[in-house]
Design a protein. Structure first.
Lengths: 531, 307
């Protein structure tokens, strides 16, 4: 029989275990273990910039709209909205009874507060520019306007939010799914200031709330019971593991320590297809891998030289043979499947047999005065990475028959992009993943006024087509203008698209409801675990 | 002894200052900044960030601001883990690193010295050769190879141990990282012990002990062990420094939240505050460890004490 003293001991031990081990105790329940790559920079949505951070942020916070299993925008904290006829004023009605994880109601002013903070230059939000379509957002963020209340976001009452835009933006609802548009707990920030984001203070409004964060190890979340759709959230909690070593992650997946891998070592792809049947999920992703060419440096200012370099790349072998995961060859600047855009413009020589492409490229380069006796010398830059290296080596070999002498030059990522930004390059590797579901997001990379137009492609016609498109209120007409802009840029061989990215996940048969999509966004809320 | 220790500690302050200064300016010479990456930032955002972290001030101003904060024990913010200051990150990571590194250190000493003595006792016979092979394996296989091999064998094939993770500090989770970390040190310590013992056992006073008819075990344990350990102890200082500062490779492969990865990652990420923080931490640790080694030396070898 247990004595009173021992009973007390046992009880306090149990209580202690419950207090310390809540996330681990419920690990016995349906919790999912997700391999998440790098350490998140922060839990503060305004400090984020990476997809691994988005995975956590989008589980614990939620905007007016959110991503469905296929990453399409659906109503979330807002239950409905109307758009004015000129496409400038959006009026959102917040869902009834939505609350923060401490039980406080989520109000329209939480959104106003968050968007004002996002644009406040003092917040130094990396991704603030994503919400620049909002009226006066850019002016406030760049310090031209100092009154935050000038921002085009108003709370008409607790449940009605009005957002006014600079100009009609067809992708605006999509942009609102982004973490830059999440509400923030004003009441907590008023009480504890910037410490609101500490794990003991943080209050969130999404389907989950964070309960544990050990930098370098993991972030753990548990279900937020006050969430409006909590009854349909099937997984009790998630642990996002920090692990940048992909082979180690694969081993841990095989040992059952992870349920989802968000990246895998590509050289193991064949092995995985055979040994983990049905678990490898490879799907087109809204992203472009490309080479930029320096338009300010002869002879790369000649369209024939750029076109020859682009044509001579045998894109068909890069995905299947060099990368081994079957990335699709890119002949357009905008990846297929972007919203409000029918079909990207494909270069007119896309379907030419490779030998003919090579002959034509050779002819073009010869016309520009380069051939095997007078080789074109160029430096090809890439940031240090096995795959970038493989592709660069292969492309250098493809250029060789044209009489192009390639010097490969690799630096670590920070140095690479620093030099690209300063225009130190002949030809260099770059990549772009869509921020929002719109062709403009890709075409913008070639605009003369944009910093990350590394090659400094400068075409007034292209710029004007983009400006016209963005001033247009007619979706159809806008798409046509964007298409014309893409055609212009591809005709000028403004840069060299190489392949469209793939989303690469490995998903355990235990996990149901995982839908491949072009944005690689899979909120835990939509998943289920079966045993 | 105490004044000696204090003096040693005080002399490190100018060294520390020089190191911090050099480190501060060298870091800024490297191209690229903490916010450069795959995704370029618009100028306005770049300026906002620079202003937020004082990066828009002159270098000298930034340096003075840094030194001023440092004197108050504030190592500043980290650019990469923004919810934690540099001090907080080091404090969170340290217990993990100390647990794994400390265990590996103890294992290295116990296993290394035991293997060395065994190797001596059975020298040039089968057990010595076997130990030699094991030890050599530990020495020549780099940890980035050994760790995945162990994961494959003990985690995936035999399923005895978890492949990785901290697992709330469960003993099974730290076995593999500890062994991987310790193995090369076990190897070196056992070789040092064996060689040193052969030398010591040939010295005159051991011959004297032997001639008095003492048993072999008693000679080794009571007379030979202490002098044998002198070269081992001088190796232990750097070994402890190495183990207690964590290991990038082991932490990355096993997914452990230690501080070893900060040193390299912070430099790659241009996380200026974090790099300086780890440099300061390492320097203090190494100075303290060297001091401990000196004190141990004095205890082990009376000749050091008299000088």
């Amino acid at each position: 029989m247990m004595t009173a003293g021992r009973l007390q001991q046992a009880l306090s031990a149990a209580l202690l275990a419950a207090a310390i081990g809540t996330p681990f105790m419920s690990a016995q329940a349906a919790t999912i273990n997700i391999h998440n790559g790098a350490d998140p920079t922060s839990l503060d949505p305004h400090k984020l910039s990476g997809d691994w951070e988005n995975r956590i942020a989008g589980d614990i916070f939620e905007g007016l709209v959110t991503e469905d299993p296929a990453a399409q925008p659906i109503a979330a904290q807002a239950s409905a909205w109307t758009v004015s006829d000129d496409g400038l004023v959006y009026t959102f009605t917040l869902r009834e009874g939505i609350q923060w994880s401490d039980g406080e109601p989520v109000t329209a002013s939480d959104f106003v507060f968050a968007l004002q903070r996002l644009m406040n230059p003092q917040t130094a939000a990396i991704y603030a520019y994503l919400q620049y379509p909002i009226k006066n957002a850019q002016a406030i963020n760049t310090g031209e306007l100092s009154d935050l209340n000038e921002l085009g976001v108003k709370a008409l009452d607790d449940r009605t939010l009005e957002i006014t835009l600079e100009r009609p933006t067809p992708y605006f609802i999509g942009a609102l799914t982004h973490y830059t548009a999440y509400p923030l707990p004003q009441h907590v920030m008023a009480a504890v200031g910037e410490d609101w984001v500490k794990i003991d203070n943080i209050v969130t409004n999404g389907p989950y709330k964070p309960v544990d964060w050990v930098p370098g190890s993991h972030v753990t979340t548990v279900r937020h019971d006050g969430y409006y759709d909590a009854a349909n959230v099937q997984i009790d909690g998630a642990t996002f593991y920090v692990l940048e070593d992909e082979s180690a992650a694969l081993k841990r997946y095989r040992a059952g320590e992870f349920d989802v891998l968000t990246e895998f070592p590509t050289d193991q792809y064949e092995w995985m297809l055979e040994n983990l049947p049905g678990q490898v999920q490879v799907a087109p992703f809204a992203g472009l891998y490309y080479y930029v060419i320096n338009h300010n440096k002869p002879p790369f200012d000649k369209v024939d030289v750029r076109k020859a370099l682009s044509m001579a790349i045998n894109r068909e072998v890069i995905g299947p043979q060099i990368l081994g995961t079957g990335e699709l060859p890119a002949y357009s600047w905008v990846p297929p499947g972007m919203a409000n855009y029918d079909q990207p413009y494909m270069v007119d020589w896309k379907d030419m047999p490779y030998t003919e492409k090579l002959a034509e490229a050779s002819r073009l380069l010869d016309g520009a005065g380069f051939n095997s006796s007078n080789p074109l010398k160029l430096q090809l830059r890439y940031n240090t990475n096995e795959n970038h290296k493989r592709i660069a080596v292969a492309i250098a070999a493809m250029w060789k028959p044209l009489g192009v002498d390639v010097e490969l030059y690799n630096t670590e990522t920070k140095v690479h992009y620093d030099e690209l930004q300063r225009g130190v390059l002949d030809v260099a590797r770059a990549g772009w993943l869509a921020d929002y579901n719109d062709a403009d997001n890709f075409l913008n990379l070639l605009k003369s006024t944009v910093e990350h137009n590394y090659g400094r492609y400068n075409s007034p016609e292209f710029d004007s087509l983009l400006d016209q498109a963005n001033a247009s209120t007619n979706v159809q007409q806008r798409a046509q203008l964007l298409h014309a802009a893409e055609k212009k840029a591809m005709g000028d061989a403004a840069a060299i698209p190489i392949y469209y990215y793939l989303a690469r996940n490995v998903v355990s048969p235990r996990v149901k409801g995982f839908v491949n999509n072009a944005f690689d966004i899979h909120r835990t809320r939509w998943l289920q675990l079966v045993d | 002894m105490l004044t000696y220790a204090l003096r040693r500690l005080l002399t490190t302050i100018p060294v520390l200052w020089v190191a911090i200064t050099a480190c501060f300016f060298i870091l800024r010479l490297a191209p690229g900044g903490p916010f450069d990456g795959e995704r370029p930032l618009p100028d306005a955002i770049r300026q906002n960030l620079a202003a937020h972290y004082n990066l828009d001030r002159s270098l000298v101003e930034q340096y003075l601001i840094y030194l001023g904060k440092l004197l108050k024990g504030d190592l500043g913010p980290s650019f990469i883990n923004q919810d934690f200051t540099v001090v907080e990150q080091l404090m969170i990571g340290l217990p993990y690193t100390l647990t794994v590194g400390g265990t590996a250190f103890l294992l290295s000493i116990v296993a290394g010295i035991s293997a060395g003595i065994l190797g001596y006792m059975y020298r040039n016979s089968f057990p010595d050769y076997l130990l030699g092979i094991v030890v050599l394996t530990g020495l020549v296989l780099p940890n980035f190879l050994l760790a995945p091999i162990f994961q494959l064998i003990f985690g995936l094939k035999l399923e005895w141990l978890p492949v990785g993770g901290w697992g709330g500090g469960a003993a099974v989770n730290i076995v593999l990282p500890v062994v991987v970390l310790a193995l090369p040190h076990v190897a070196r310590i056992s070789r040092l012990t064996r060689a040193s013992m052969i030398e010591v056992m040939h010295s005159h006073y051991i011959r004297t002990a032997r001639s008095r008819g003492l048993s072999k075990a008693s000679i080794i344990w009571r007379h030979a062990l202490k002098p044998t350990l002198t070269p081992v102890v001088s190796y232990l200082g750097p070994a402890a420094g190495f183990l207690l500062t964590g290991s990038l490779v082991v932490e990355t492969i096993f997914g452990l939240p230690g501080i070893g990865r900060y040193f390299i990652n912070a430099a790659l990420n241009r996380d200026y505050g974090m790099v300086l923080g780890t440099v300061i931490f390492y320097m203090i640790l190494i100075v303290v460890l060297n001091l401990v080694v000196d004190v141990l030396y004095a205890w082990l070898d009376p000749r050091v004490r008299s000088t």
